[in-house]
Design a binder for this molecule. Structure first.
Ligand SMILES: NC(=O)c1ccc[n+]([C@@H]2O[C@H](COP(=O)([O-])OP(=O)(O)OC[C@H]3O[C@@H](n4cnc5c(N)ncnc54)[C@H](OP(=O)(O)O)[C@@H]3O)[C@@H](O)[C@H]2O)c1
Length: 412
């Protein structure tokens, strides 16, 4: 139950190196094998041309300013997508709805009957793991009660690379596939966002091929495309659903008004929204606690009150980067230089609740009555086991607010 080992090591890494790891791009310095846990990982060719520049991107204002970034990685050319005839009956399995799993709490995804775990395993960082390490991580996830696995077409340096690694390493049987929830995202392309019908259909076909599965349980539109035509999204979603390729739909990083715009044409229920949220990056929570406080930075609404909207509309929120400060700025757990008070309180509560500081940081998100899923990005089975118990404790109100203030947020 110590914070020392992982977090400190992690935050000492320069942001650029973290960013490379995040997207599975190896550095020339690593000579094809990352320094950490290299024994678990496969040798892969160095991809000099694919250096991620996210480290140079300032989250706000203008998160995606005109810097080259990971989104400029090569994607395949579009070709017409192949989908089944409209009206075909989706061949979805229902095993997941009745699975009695390990103790981690589960609840329904949005308005669906899909029983999902509090934690989601995010697969954004698995590109350079060996098959054995991916299997170990997957198996540990199942042991601790996780049944949801999060992908995106852009994860892994090359399009669909993390999906491909996952599919190749696991080669799930039909019954294994039926007992888990696989979600993926599309809509981010090199240098632009694309919610066109053709691109959505194409991206899903490629995700299914890479994952070696017939269907996604959940498809999320990754980042809002301001050129979106809701009617095109509606057609794509209807075709994917009718063909049995996607079971449920949602969004990621969307504001309430952007969701309402989609809903002007999209009939498929939008059941989830994945947003960045951690105790150290909590504008979505902090704003509502300081509304209308003139002159207070925290009182600026940055997302149109997405948490209240999600509760009102029964959309499940999923918190990405639950341990990162800023935009892939390093892990705050154990970062006593930048978060001394937060770490002091995390340690204090870790001994009170008998869990690791990381599990307490998890519990801070999970305690919210919005029933927010937490998307864990660790590639370490051991760390996963350390964090997961955070799903099953309920922090007292006093402790929750204590952590909130310790992270630097204000209670007026
Ligand atoms: N929708 C979106 O726009 C979006 C954006 C980004 C990510 N995501 C999703 O969210 C998932 C999680 O994002 P993330 O990977 O940035 O989240 P994270 O869980 O906050 O960060 C995981 C990273 O932190 C490291 N770490 C070091 N100390 C840690 C500690 N004490 N506790 C936890 N992690 C520690 C992990 O290293 P080890 O691997 O060595 O444990 C790993 O590199 C992704 O996999 C992806 O599925 C979605």
């Amino acid at each position: 139950m110590s914070v020392q080992s992982g977090p400190r090591n992690q935050i000492k890494k320069p942001a650029r190196q973290q960013c490379r790891r995040a997207f599975g791009v190896l550095t020339t310095m690593s000579a094809g094998v990352p320094r950490s846990r290299s024994r678990d990982r496969q040798k892969k060719p160095v991809k000099n041309a694919q250096i991620c520049r996210f480290a140079a991107v300032i989250p706000s204002p203008g998160m995606f300013r005109a810097e080259p970034c990971c989104y400029s990685l090569p994607f395949p050319q579009e070709t017409p997508a192949i989908v089944g005839p409209a009206g075909a009956r989706p061949p979805f399995r229902n095993d997941i709805d009745s699975v009695s799993g390990p103790p981690m709490q589960r609840f329904n995804l949005g308005t669906t009957d899909l029983a999902v775990s509090s934690a989601v395993l995010g697969l954004m960082r698995i590109a350079d793991l060996s098959d054995a390490a991916i299997r170990q991580l997957f198996s540990k996830a199942q042991d601790v009660g996780i049944n949801v696995f999060d992908h995106a077409d852009i994860y892994g340096g090359e399009a669909h690379e993390c999906e491909r690694r996952f599919g190749a390493a696991l080669r799930l049987t039909a019954s294994e596939r039926g007992s888990i929830v696989i979600q993926s995202k599309c809509g981010i392309r090199p240098g632009f966002f694309d919610f066109s019908e053709d691109h959505i259909l194409q991206a899903v076909d490629r995700s299914l091929a890479a994952l070696k599965t017939d269907y996604l349980d959940l498809l999320l539109l990754h980042r809002p495309d301001t050129l979106v035509e809701p009617e095109e999204v509606a057609r794509a979603f209807d075709r994917l659903h009718a063909a049995g390729k996607v079971r449920h739909f949602g969004v990621s990083n969307h504001t309430p008004r952007q969701i309402d715009l989609l809903k002007t044409a999209v009939d498929q229920p939008l059941v989830a929204n994945q947003i960045q949220l951690s105790i150290a990056h909590a504008p979505s929570v902090a704003f509502g606690l300081a509304a209308n406080m003139a002159g207070l930075e925290q009182s600026i609404d940055r997302d149109g009150e997405v948490i209240a909207y999600s509760r009102i509309n029964r959309m499940t929120l999923q918190a990405w980067s639950p341990f990162q400060q800023g935009f892939f700025g390093g892990v705050f757990v154990g970062d006593e230089k930048n978060f001394p008070e937060l770490n002091r309180v995390l340690i204090e509560l870790s001994s009170k609740y008998g869990l690791s500081p990381s599990a307490i940081a998890y519990a801070w998100i999970a305690r919210h009555p919005a029933k927010i899923q937490v998307v864990l990005g660790t590639t370490s089975a051991e760390r996963l086991g350390d964090i997961a118990p955070g799903a099953d404790i309920t922090l007292s109100r006093e402790d929750w607010y204590h952590l909130f203030r310790a992270a630097g947020h204000v209670l007026p």
